[in-house]
Design a protein. Structure first.
Length: 110
């Protein structure tokens, strides 16, 4: 797997690095965890503080474009990222859906 960094931005307000990269590979598209580990090695970041935001593949190409956010602290990551991203990354359990209460039958107008 070959990682080519396209753009790196330092977001001081949110205390994170925003990285766009292109990951090329042979064979099938690698799993998200494998892509995350490869980019973390390239940018020398702790995988526990990195969130894989987006993976975009193009038809017929053996490469994907990825967007990664690398945080400086776990607290900032948990406060900033949306719930669905934290669930997808395994940082928190999936929230339970609330069941709707059975509604009373409606009366028909005559």
């Amino acid at each position: 797997m070959n990682v080519n960094l396209i753009n790196t931005t330092e977001n001081k307000l949110l205390e994170r690095k925003e990285v766009e990269a292109e990951v090329s590979f042979d064979g099938a598209t690698p799993k998200r965890a494998q892509i995350k580990d490869a980019v973390c090695q390239k940018i020398a970041a702790n995988p526990e503080l990195v969130v894989l935001r987006k993976v975009a593949s193009s038809f017929g190409r053996k490469a994907v474009k990825v967007t990664i956010h690398a945080y400086s602290a776990k607290e900032k990551l948990m406060a900033t990222e949306p719930i669905f991203i934290k669930v997808r990354e395994g940082l928190m359990p999936k929230p339970e859906k609330k069941k709707k209460a059975a509604a009373a039958p409606r009366k028909r107008k005559e």
